[in-house]
Design a protein around this ligand. Structure first.
Ligand SMILES: O=C(O)C(=O)C[C@H](O)[C@H](O)CO
Length: 316
């Protein structure tokens, strides 16, 4: 039984070794990417049990993904190897002065064939937290149904439903997605979203107004609103606090939101106070921006503790 369970797509991520346009043929290194597995690995690094459910192709890329996620201590026993579909792939493109661009090769991938039958209901109902993102329901109709069904499996029980809309405009092919995303948020007890995502979905840029609206539904227990290098806000039904950003040397923001989520959720699992959960998220998010891969900068429990206690790490 894992305290944290998540379901979604992990892809092989080909990250250029140097900056420049793809058209000039950079060399690539092979990493992994996927919002849900990033968060699962972040949770595992912070000392909590995590399991990840997905489908991969029966190919070397799929074997690579499973090996990488399992090596980080995440339970992959729920991963299904799909003989009929291939593992999704994405490429990053990094140009000086521009934000990292991603190019997906994930249409009809193995993970887009995920369905409700792939998910063990008991695993969801016995977990403390089930984490879902708004990427999965955009992958296919069966994925959308599965996300709703997982929320139903957890609803009414003790499992906290965490949701990050993680809006990916490259996957956003239908205006129907907006009401669906809002519906999924309304079914969640912990929502972690970007300030820009709040504006995109609700037309609200003011965090207090956004919190008032979302808490009115009665289901929400925690809200984190992330604002990149400007920090974040964390709220429950009693308190709204701004969390200052943690100083870092960013090279790539992709994956920082997932790292924030891991820190924030680890705080909830440890029954920390709201602001401490926010600080854990802010430090974890900042540290993740310092590497080009999504998972390489995910912080360990020991390093997080040192930072939060303002202690220095003895290296020599
Ligand atoms: O964009 C996606 O679908 C991914 O999950 C890949 C990245 O790892 C993710 O965007 C980081 O949050």
């Amino acid at each position: 039984m894992s305290r944290f369970v998540t379901v979604g797509e992990t892809m092989v991520s080909l990250v250029p070794k140097e900056q420049g346009l793809l058209r000039y043929g950079p060399d690539f290194s092979m990493r992994i990417a996927g919002a849900e597995s990033n968060t699962a690995i972040g949770i595992s690094r912070l000392g909590h049990s995590a399991s990840f459910i997905t489908r991969t192709g029966a190919d070397g890329f799929g074997e690579f993904l499973i090996r990488m996620v399992r090596a980080e201590g995440v339970d992959t026993s729920g991963v299904i190897v799909d003989e009929n579909h291939r593992t999704g792939v994405m490429f990053k493109e990094m140009c000086p002065g521009l934000e990292t661009a991603v190019h997906y090769y994930r249409d009809r991938s193995a993970a887009s064939c995920l369905c409700t039958g792939d998910v063990d209901e008991t695993a969801i109902q016995t977990a403390d937290i089930v984490h879902l993102t708004g990427i999965t329901p955009l992958l296919s109709k069966n994925c959308r149904q599965m996300v709703y069904d997982i929320m139903d499996m957890a609803d009414g029980g003790k499992t906290l439903i965490c949701f990050d809309p993680n809006i990916r405009k490259k996957l956003w092919k239908d205006e129907e997605f907006r009401p669906m995303m809002k519906d999924l948020i309304s079914k969640s007890s912990c929502v972690m979203m970007g300030l820009e995502e709040g504006a995109f979905l609700y037309g609200i840029e003011d965090v207090k107004r956004l919190a008032d609206l979302l808490f009115k539904g009665g289901k929400l227990r925690y809200l984190a609103v992330k604002n990149g290098a400007e920090g974040a806000w964390v709220c429950d039904d009693k308190q709204l606090s701004h969390i200052s950003p943690f100083a870092c040397r960013p090279v790539d923001p992709v994956g920082a939101g997932d790292a924030f989520n891991a820190g924030f959720i680890a705080g909830i699992l440890q029954r920390e106070g709201l602001e401490q959960c926010g600080k854990m998220g802010a430090v974890a998010g900042a540290m993740a921006t310092q590497t080009h891969g999504d998972i390489e900068g995910l912080i360990s429990a020991k390093d997080l503790e040192l930072i939060l206690n303002h202690e220095t790490c003895i290296l020599r």
